[in-house]
Write a new protein. Structure first.
Length: 191
């Protein structure tokens, strides 16, 4: 029996691609480099919030005729009160943060302010109810509205209005972040 040996054909396409790759090297000014963060892998001890530890800080409410959530908490003299509502593909955040005593004093004003903003008609800020004693607050490209309240003891509140496309990571992660800003960590305080 005669054995035939199959000769391999030259790898012209591979060699051609290799040479063309070198030929196209030259000025790299047309190259754009992008950096993207790696996804964070949660270890076994870090779990996505299931809401159970956050429930006591969350309630449902209505602003105008739109359903909303209210986040409210305080710890060690710091308070946070945030109304969250979704409309027309955006999530709106009305946030009051700062000294607890001042937050209690300004709660009704803050609530009237939030209810005065008609997001359905995209009304201008000059139509908003701005309570007496509220001053313009921190300037930021992310803030639609920003106010500051201070008392005679240098206690302060920061009040902001923001709106972002989509749900900005979801309600529960945002609640957890806001609670962390006043020193609460309900995910790790579970019994």
């Amino acid at each position: 029996m005669k054995q035939t040996k199959k000769l391999s054909q030259p790898k012209i396409p591979l060699a051609l691609a290799f040479l063309l790759g070198f030929a196209s090297c030259g000025d790299s000014t047309d190259i754009t480099v992008y950096s993207t963060p790696k996804e964070q892998v949660l270890s076994g001890s870090e779990k996505e919030p299931d809401g159970s530890a956050l429930e006591k800080y969350l309630s449902k409410t209505v602003i105008g005729d739109l359903p909303a959530h209210l986040v409210q908490a305080d710890k060690d003299g710091k308070s946070v009160r945030v109304f969250v509502l979704k409309f027309d593909g955006k999530t709106w955040f009305f946030k009051l943060m700062g000294n607890t005593e001042l937050a209690i004093r300004e709660q009704d004003n803050f609530d009237k302010f939030v209810r005065s903003v008609d997001i359905q008609s995209e009304q201008s800020q000059d139509k908003w109810f701005i309570p007496e004693g509220w001053e313009p607050g921190k300037k930021s490209s992310m803030r639609i509205g920003s106010f500051s309240v201070q008392d005679d003891n240098d206690s302060a509140l920061d009040i902001s209005v923001t709106a972002f496309p989509g749900d900005l990571g979801g309600l529960l992660p945002n609640v957890e972040r806001w609670l962390g800003q006043i020193g609460l960590n309900p995910g790790k305080e579970q019994k």
